[in-house]
Design a protein around this ligand. Structure first.
Ligand SMILES: *Cc1c(COP(=O)(O)O)cnc(C)c1O
Length: 396
């Protein structure tokens, strides 16, 4: 966006920024969009260029104009010093952790973290000599009681995967920074559009671009944005692993970026309408959506977040698995599948009990996670009506 002056650019609203960030038509023969640069080899014009290392791009794993465009756009959106792009959200999580820890360290992870994050800590970090302990997502500043002399990182995720507990990010970041502990946060749910991670004290912020950045359930991608202090360490690990994304996925992510705010705001509107409707249903015991005043993390959400996305959970009144399965199988529009953030609605049963260690998961009924897509809300409600009728029938 070379034509846009620095002064104009600093004042741009998010929607405008997303339309222009990471684009430079003058360098693309006037074409609006950055093409998908594919390539390993970059040709040097002469021997001096090789010896002096003056080239902007040097090799495929070190970045292409496409990856640089997405990195720059994401950094601008996130208020970050820089961003690296990985081939999946989980790969981004592992990069952030590898940038922050070494053998002999101890790290803290919120008990409601994305389960594969825990698996990485137990399955990879532990054998490499890094010990993980888990904490109550609502611990706030009292998490400092769990700090040890060798604690080097704390991993947050708000709201928590599946169960939607909130972390008090600024309070935790403050006590962590007093001990030079790196604050890592999985910000996939809110995205930087609804939660500016670095402004709130996060050092390394993770986004599964697979979700709302893509918006179409057709790519896997992960991003880690960093503060000036943490960027060199992140870049170093990134270069060591050469954990680069595929060019097609980068292209599609740049395309998704242009409509991301529109889709996210619609997901928020639809998600809230559905959450409020579900709260009135006799079959539903509880709706786990932080933007509802009944949610235990609502005050944190209202203080720190500027919006909510279309993913939340519900707890049904006690029912046998067979009746819940009847509900799920009766649905025609809500599909069952993992991941979320696409244009289509999804539903999945879950149970956090088997893997929680710092807190207990006793919701008092079967739990379902819903991703509300872009379909008409009346059709989605009718679909859930069908499901609830099947549940009732199976309970007779
Ligand atoms: C999906 C997800 C990820 C991982 O993204 P992938 O691209 O599927 O690896 C990480 N964190 C959260 C919160 C997610 O929902």
């Amino acid at each position: 966006m070379t034509k846009i002056s620095k002064e104009t650019r600093q004042k741009l609203k998010t929607r405008t920024l997303l339309a222009h960030a990471g684009r430079n038509p003058e360098e693309q023969f006037g074409f609006v969009n950055m093409p998908a640069y594919r390539g390993s080899t970059v040709i040097y014009p002469d021997a001096a260029a090789i010896r002096k290392g003056t080239m902007r791009f040097v090799y495929g794993t070190k970045g292409t104009p496409s990856t640089e465009a997405l990195e720059n756009a994401w950094s601008e959106l996130s208020g970050a010093a820089g961003t690296v792009i990985a081939p999946s959200g989980l790969a981004a999580i592992t990069l952030a952790l590898m940038a922050a820890v070494k053998a002999g360290d101890h790290i803290l992870v919120t008990d409601s973290a994305y389960r594969p994050t825990r698996n990485f800590c137990e399955g990879f970090l532990k054998p490499m000599g890094v010990e993980t302990s888990y904490f109550d997502p609502y611990a706030g500043a009292s998490v400092a009681n769990l700090f040890r002399p060798n604690t080097t990182a704390i991993v947050l995720e708000a709201p928590g995967s599946q169960s939607f507990e909130m972390n008090d990010v600024p309070a935790i970041a403050q006590v962590a920074h007093e001990q030079q502990i790196c604050v890592i946060m999985d910000n996939t749910w809110a995205t930087p559009i609804f939660f500016p991670p670095h402004e709130r004290g996060v050092d390394l912020a993770i986004e599964a671009g697979t979700k709302y950045l893509s918006g179409h359930s057709d790519i896997l991608l992960g991003l880690v944005s960093a503060t000036p202090q943490w960027l060199p360490k992140l870049r170093r690990v990134y270069d060591l692993f050469a954990m680069t994304p595929g060019p097609e996925d980068v292209f599609l992510a740049l395309r998704g970026l242009r409509t991301m705010e529109l889709r996210l705001r619609e997901a928020e509107r639809q998600g809230l309408e559905m959450a409020r409707w579900l709260a009135t249903r006799p079959e539903v015991k509880e709706v786990l959506h932080p933007a509802l005043p009944s949610h235990p993390g609502h005050d944190i959400w209202r203080r720190d977040f500027s919006g909510s996305s279309g993913l939340f959970s519900i707890i049904l009144h006690p029912a046998p698995d067979s009746a819940v399965d009847a509900l799920l199988d009766a649905l025609e529009l809500f599909a069952m599948g993992y991941s979320w953030g696409g244009y289509e609605s999804l539903i999945i049963p879950f149970d956090c009990k088997p893997y929680r260690t710092a807190t207990q998961w006793n919701p008092g009924g079967p739990a379902l996670r819903l991703q509300i897509g872009l379909e008409h809300i009346d059709d989605l409600k009718a679909d859930l009506d069908r499901g609830f009728a099947a549940l009732k029938n199976a309970m007779k």
